[in-house]
Structure formats: structure tokens, C-alpha cells
Design a protein around this ligand. Sequence first.
Ligand code: AMP
Ligand code: ZN
Length: 468
Amino acid sequence: MKLYNTLSKTVEDFVPNEEGKVKMYTCGPTVYHFAHIGNLRTYIMEDVLEKTFRYLGYDVTRVMNITDVGHLTSDGDTGEDKMLKGAKREKKTVLEIAEFYKNAFFGDCAKLNIKTPDIVQPATGCIPEFIQMVETLLEKDYAYFAEGNVYFDTSKATDYYALSGHNTDELMVGVRDDVSEDTNKRNKSDFVLWFTKSKFDDQELKWESPWGVGYPGWHIECSGICMKYLGDKLDIHCGGVDNIFPHHTNEIAQSEAYVGHKWCNYWFHVQHLNDERGKMSKSSGEFLTLSLLESKGYDPLAYRLFCLQSHYRKPLTFSYANIDNAGAAYAKLVKRIANLSREGVADADAVKAYHDKFAEALAQDMNTAQGLTVLYDMLKDSALSDATKLAIASDFDAVLSLNLVREVVKEEAPAVDEADAWILEKIAERAAAKKAKNYAQADAIRAELLEKGITLVDTKEGTTFKKA
Ligand code: AMP
Ligand code: ZN
């Protein structure tokens, strides 16, 4: 298989450490809120990668963490703990929030046919492992203690910027959110391995450590969980492109310092899903969750198809027009396969030939769009019987996971009742008016709804409504 490797910045032949086996690690969600569909794009494409490896005959062990402590609002180790922020927002405990959003995440994954990784490990379950790693990094002199926190000294790392391609001059303290400097750091790029001095005295989850009561930094969690289950040599590490710096850069620095040799050979990054404002995020624009799409009548698998239609290394723009097209294409595709006759026996040679063709498309840096073209070509191939087409579609679905082969196709039923659909349309119209700075029209829409007993509620995640 050929794969683009962020580390070498080229498309390379994928050669795992042990023949036929793939050790794969994926950064999991920070469970302080629902995943947005941008996050889910990354998880869909990672799922396709895992299934591609399996389709090509590899034996895969995949591990994913759940970040339930230590991820601050800025990736540069400043700001509030995201989990604590979520708990305050909902007046619940951090553990309640973690449990709720972890379940919500796996609920979304199930709807998108994303397979659960072989091992899923919450960070709060591995505190002794993180402490042991930090102790070793201190012993090896890669880390230092300053004003209550333990930091990794990035000046000691070999080729710290190899993955990100940054240089020291360009470096900002963090790449996302607010940027502020921690004066305890010896170098701007140093990062916290263990916090005891948090600006937030009310930090809920804390553990005893040799450096005082505190909690782990976000980066050490992924290295620790990865090594606990996959050992000191990893084949492939995955995430969204925003993870390249500083998160994955720091993971490489601390892991290689810890194991004393090269740690991970291939780095796989999924480009962002954007909306019309730019990168989709939880804090700006409409908070687009899978449930929101469902409430508007979209099939989650239409969103999966939408993602598969584009290459994972290209930015993808979400719009309702785009998802409408994907939804129509999905309904047509499923119907076409449902109309194939169930009689007869599949031609094994033809199934094998198409299997190879599909594998070839995926082996070219996971070209899912080309894979879909092979599917459409196959359905048009007049030399194939219906039974053969069904067998091939079912074979491809091991990777595509679009529930392509169904006995009966339900007639489309609207998921929202008509009155709610009308309100949602009005909300969208008002949002567009506000965006165009047409406040008079936006106010008129609010008033029109109020007259009908519908109150609009503006939240950071978008507008919702209450009926009288
Ligand atoms: P988080 O829960 O914030 O740690 O993010 C979960 C995953 O989603 C990470 O792999 C991120 O890199 C990825 N991600 C964040 N924003 C986007 C986006 N707009 N499009 C695609 N992936 C994203
Ligand atoms: Zn991670």
C-alpha cells in the first residue's frame, strides 16, 4: 500500500515493522462535548484506513485513547481544562460529563458504521503509567521541574520540528485558541508533562505524584496509552491535521526520548472539514453534530458517503447543498443495489478481479473516490450477473461500510415533522440575514416566530427554539 507520510512529506510504500501486522494508534475524542461532523470526518477516514489494511490482508491492532483529563482550551498548555469547562457548563461532575459524551461519541460512530477500535482507553485509567514515564524522562534529563509543573525540554529532542516542518522562529506558544506564555518554560516550545500548579484550584480530578497532587498533560496521555498496548515501536499514528503541531510533535519528542530510538514510522493526517467561515469548530458558527443532521432528515450514512467522495488529504467544505447531493446519490445507490435480483450464484473469478481493482484504488494513498468509481463501473458492467454484483458490492462494503446490500429499501420518510422543518428553515434564514448584517430582517423573523408562540434561543452552539 502507498500512503502519504506526514513525517517524510512523501507518498511511501507502507511497510510495517512486523510482516502482515499493523500497530495503529488514533487520537480519540476529548469528551467534554458532542463531536462535530468535522471531528467525525477524521474518525470516518481513520475507520476506512483500518478497514483498508484489513481488506489488504493485514492483521491490525488499533488503539484509541479517550481524553478525559488534561486537555486545556489552548494546545499550548494554557487555559482551562476542557473537561472542567464542560462540567461547569452542565453543572455536572467531570466523570459524569466524560461518561455522557463518551457514550454520545460511540453512538455517533455506530450510526456512521465506524468500527470501535480493538482497545479504547480513557486517560484517567492510566495515571500510574504516565507518572512512570515522567519519572523516566526526568531521570534521563529530558524533563525538568519548575514552579510545581514538570516540563519536557524540547531543546534536548532530536529534530523537534521534523513532523510539522516549523522552525523555532515561527513558533507560537500554541496553535489553536488563545496564545499566552508560561515563564517557567526554558524554551517556548516546552510543554507540560505533569501539572500540580494549575491556575484552576478547583480542578476536579487530581492524583498523588512524586511532584505533588496534580494531573497529566494531554500529550503524555497518548504516548503512554499507545506504548502500554502497542509496545515501543508503532507502525502508524493518526489524527486530524490540527494534531500535527504541537500534539503529535510533542508525542514524538517525549516517546523517542523515553524509548531511546525511532518510535513511529508513518503519520496519517486527515484534512479539515470546513464550513463557509473556515475550519469547523465547536465554538464558532453552527454547531454541526450528527444528531442535528439527522433531525433535519439526513441519513448518517449519506454523510459517510459525502466524506468518502473526497480524498482525505483535501480540505472538504460542508454545505447543505453538498450534503443534499450526497444524500440523493446515497439513496440512488442503495436503491440500485436493492433492485438487483437475489437469484443465482456469484462468479468467483469476477468477484476476485473486482476485489483486486478496488484494493488497487485504496492502495493508492487511500483513494476512496476512485474506489467509488470502481463500484459504479461494476454496477454498470453488463458482463456481470446480479448475483455477482451483489457479492462484489458486499465485498466492497467491508471498507465502505455504507450498508450497500439491503433486502428492502424503505421509502424516504421525513425525520422531522413539517412544523419543525419550517422553524429550522426560518432559523437558517435568520442566520443568513444576520451574517449579511441584515438585522432588521433577522429581527422580523424572530418576531414572526414569536407570534406563533416559538421563542428562539441563541447559544454559542447555534440557535435552538422553544414552543409555548
Ligand atoms: P478533539 O476531540 O478536539 O481532540 O478532536 C478529535 C479529532 O478531530 C482530532 O483528531 C482532531 O484533529 C480532529 N478535528 C478537529 N477539528 C476538525 C475538523 N474541522 N475537521 C476534521 N477533523 C477535525
Ligand atoms: Zn493524541
